[in-house]
Design a protein around this ligand. Structure first.
Ligand code: PEP
Ligand code: MN
Length: 280
């Protein structure tokens, strides 16, 4: 942290608030002993795909449905998401299954729409230092799920959260999604030390996204279980009703069966570290 500012000066700081942070996501409380699981596809692709997936993940115990409507893709020629139509499908799933929804905000101009329609507004890795977007999100009331940038430090990530907190919105959940490294075995490296550091410096809740870090289906479960052991309060996991046909992030999305298996193992690991998985 900059020398000119003591840690207590920051709203995210554990020196300012030692424990007890809870973020209410439309009735699903994140924080405390229970770990909340958000799950769903990388992208909303169709009504059938999302409803099938939502049914499967909620049946397995997920408490929040995820799905990308506006997608940040590296190539402009890749599937860009269904946009507002996708958001509509996600909203309908939230209503039908009576669970909150989380989806990524890509355009600061859509903050008003998202704050009306979305229970938990995700800021993705690419916008994690879009300070104008963060300030706008600080001026509205919906909780924010703030990912780390792929090349930002823990301190920079915490500073991004301060942009939201300092504008008056205290409902921020940090989401660790791995960072760039020289390792090529996984898509991004998941640094357990980064999670430990964020928990030391900040009272804010930590979600872990093992899917984007793993990049490969077979690594999602071990990384998710490690995240629980490292103290995660929430996990966000990509699940697809037919992963081999997914229009984005095909290699890393779990099938519903794989997700069910992961949830069973997650319950055991959570118990071993004095936590439990919230019943969805
Ligand atoms: C996502 O969760 O859909 C996503 C694009 O993640 P990230 O911003 O971490 O790449
Ligand atoms: Mn994805």
């Amino acid at each position: 942290m900059p020398k000119y500012c003591t840690m207590e000066a920051y709203r995210f700081s554990r020196e300012r608030k030692s424990s007890g942070t809870v973020v209410d996501v439309s009735g699903v409380k994140v924080g405390g002993r229970e770990i909340v699981i958000a799950a769903g596809p990388c992208s909303v692709e169709s009504e059938e795909q999302l409803m099938d997936t939502a049914k499967g993940v909620i049946g397995a115990g997920a408490g929040i449905i995820r799905g990308g409507a506006f997608k940040p893709r590296t190539s402009p020629y890749s599937f860009q998401g269904l946009g507002k139509e996708g958001l509509g499908i996600l909203k309908e799933a939230g209503r039908r299954f009576d669970v909150p929804i989380v989806t990524e905000l890509m355009d600061t101009g859509l903050v008003e729409l998202y704050s009306r329609d979305v229970d938990l507004i995700q800021v993705g890795a690419r916008n994690s230092q879009n300070f104008d977007m963060l300030k706008r999100l600080g001026k509205q009331k919906r909780p924010v799920l703030l990912k780390n940038g792929t090349g930002t430090s823990v301190q920079e990530w915490l500073m991004s959260s301060e942009y939201v907190l300092s504008e008056g919105n205290s409902s921020v959940i940090l989401c660790y999604r791995g960072a760039k490294s020289i390792e090529g075995a996984t898509r991004f490296s998941m640094d357990m030390g980064a999670i430990a550091m964020a928990r030391k410096l900040s009272h804010m809740l930590i979600c872990v996204d093992p899917s984007h870090a793993a990049g490969r289906r077979e690594f999602v479960a071990p990384m998710a279980l490690a995240a629980i052991a490292a103290g995660a309060d929430m996990l966000e996991i990509e699940v697809h009703n037919d992963p081999d046909k997914a229009l984005s992030d095909r290699e890393q999305q779990l099938s519903i069966g794989e997700f069910e298996e992961l949830m069973n193992r997650a319950r055991d690991v959570a118990k071993a570290v004095g936590r439990s998985i919230r019943k969805g």
